[in-house]
Design a protein around this ligand. Structure first.
Ligand code: FAD
Length: 503
């Protein structure tokens, strides 16, 4: 009989997923649901990338009770107000997907409908001018919030950039202090119970055996337990997300630290630029079907801001997810459960939400199929809505200058995304449900940024008298302009509040 109560949770892997899991479970269960052990192998190492996040990570940090300034300083971190997309819609074009929004609803009608109405009346103000995150990003400034504005004023939100290896080390110190046992060693064998295939024991290369009740597979792309041991299939989404390789390279930083991630589209993929306090992280994500490694490397090395600090590191992946995230007594978290490419920095977020789901459904009996099914059902919905958001970036483009972009522009897309695009084109409405990760403002940013324009706005926006609408939007604009004028530069903010030690 499996025990009524979990008494030993074993985490396989000490990358970002493993240490986030250890830290949160240790903090949330306070040792009352049993022991937690994490096994990691320095010999194998971690994926070593994953340095840009999205705003919900603030909630994760709050649950851990982290001191933000300490966390940012110790991870050489910086603040992120959104992502700038260069050359995605067409060469020379740029837009920002901001965190926060452009303005609150007015009479239950979303802000962007009033902006569309104003535009139809001949006003040429860029929607980004209403958004504090975009205005601050363009000005290279940062503050965690703006002063409270008039009713319906926009809100600013932010996330972090950090050094991936320092982040894992930071969480490791945190988790170990809370009693998580860390075991260094390479797992060479996995034992399963004969009658039902449940994982019982890990065999390490030095002969150590680790028994457990619930196993979190955080072993990265290897997917040691979920994929290799339990044979859980992989749902391949590369027909929609064709990038399958990356080259990552750090370079020397610049004086100013841009408070946003940059994504620059190239001929067969795109390049990330993640500014930290001690360096800039760069990487070229590309499709091997459309570009060879040498060309990808030449493009990356030709588009850096400063001196290169290490050799480019190659990474290979396939966009998609395991058919099921939780099978028997194994839950796949992080890359072991799936990966959809880093375009919108969603992978670390998926670790976080998997952990929240696990806590919400913490099994008293790992055999309960209803608990597992619910976990798997929610994981599937979450992956698919993020997948659609990512595909939108590739598909909604005017680019016709390479085979890659011709493929992406003309490919058949999932029906769920087709519906979202049709709905937005018709009346600027965004099809989403409560609890969905990307907000209405995010979808609006990418739709408009990538050239998907509505034919008309919501007729409900016509209910507000024109003079009042103009006055309210002008007040919002004024509030944003004043707030940004008073904000410090990003580097100045970091130096004042969370300056990292010299690297
Ligand atoms: P890993 O870091 O690979 O860790 C796996 C762990 O398992 C390691 O400790 C390893 O030693 C251990 N292990 C494996 N096999 C064994 C064994 N046999 N015995 C013992 N230990 C073992 N995410 C974002 O949110 N934002 C980004 O900007 C972002 N950029 C990315 C860019 C690229 C190119 C890629 C590929 C990913 C990116 N990600 C990003 C994803 C992010 O890197 C991962 O989600 C995150 O690092 C978690 O990885 P992980 O812990 O699952 O795997």
């Amino acid at each position: 009989m499996m025990p009524e109560k979990q008494h030993h949770i074993v985490i396989v892997g000490g990358g970002t997923a493993g240490w986030m899991s250890a830290a949160l479970l240790a903090k949330a269960t306070k040792g009352r649901l049993g022991r937690i052990t994490l096994v990691e192998s320095a010999e194998i190492g971690t994926v070593g990338v994953g340095e840009a996040t999205i705003p919900p990570i603030q909630f994760f940090n709050q649950l851990l009770g982290l001191d933000e300034a300490d966390f940012v300083a110790r991870t050489q971190g910086s603040f992120k107000l959104g992502i700038e997309f260069r050359n995605w819609t067409r060469q020379g074009h740029s837009y920002i997907h901001p965190f926060g929004n452009y303005g609150g609803n007015i009479d239950a009608v979303s802000f962007h409908h009033y902006w569309l109405r104003l535009r139809a009346l001949g006003d040429g103000t860029d929607i980004g001018d209403y958004c504090p995150a975009i205005a601050a990003a363009r000005a290279g400034k940062f503050a965690p919030e703006i002063p409270q504005g008039p009713t319906g004023a926009p809100v600013l939100s932010f996330a972090y950039h950090f050094d991936a290896s320092l982040y894992a080390a930071y969480l490791r110190d945190f988790a170990v202090k809370l009693g998580v046992r860390r075991v260094e060693g390479r797992i060479v064998g996995v034992r399963q119970r004969a009658e039902d295939g449940y994982v019982t024991t890990l065999d390490l290369a030095d002969g150590t055996m680790i028994e457990g009740d619930l196993f979190l597979d955080c072993s990265g792309f290897r997917s040691l337990l979920l994929g290799q041991t339990l044979g859980v299939g992989f749902r391949d989404w590369s027909r929609w997300l064709p990038c399958d390789r990356a080259l990552a390279v750090p370079c020397v930083g610049t004086d100013e630290i841009t408070p946003y991630t940059r994504s620059t589209a190239h001929a067969a993929g795109w390049q990330w630029r993640i500014p930290l306090q001690h360096r800039i992280g760069n990487g070229h994500v590309y499709s091997s079907a459309f570009m060879d490694d040498a060309e990808a490397e030449a493009i990356l090395m030709g588009n850096l801001d400063g001196k290169v600090l290490a050799d480019p590191r190659p990474l290979r992946f396939t966009a998609g997810r395991r058919e099921k995230a939780w099978v028997r007594n194994v839950v796949g978290i992080g890359l072991a459960g799936g990966f959809m490419e880093p375009l919108e920095s969603t992978s670390i977020h998926l670790v976080q939400t998997a952990l929240f789901r696990l806590l919400a459904l913490m099994p008293t009996d790992v055999r309960d199929p209803a608990t597992r099914d619910e976990f798997n059902r929610l994981s599937e919905i979450e992956y698919e809505q993020i997948r659609d958001f990512l595909i939108l970036h590739y598909h909604a483009t005017e680019r016709d200058d390479s085979d890659f972009w011709n493929y992406c522009r003309t490919m058949a897309i999932p029906d769920s995304l087709r519906h979202k695009m049709d709905l937005f084109r018709a009346r600027g409405r965004v099809a989403r449900f409560d609890g969905q990760l990307f907000s209405e403002a995010s979808w609006v940013a990418v739709f408009l940024g990538q050239g998907v324009h509505p034919v008309a706005y919501d007729p409900m926006a016509d209910v507000l008298p024109e003079a009042e609408m103009r006055q309210r939007l002008a007040r919002n604009l004024d509030h944003v302009n004043r707030s940004i004028a008073a904000m410090p530069g990003h580097r100045a903010f970091l130096n004042r509040h969370c300056r990292a030690a010299a690297a």
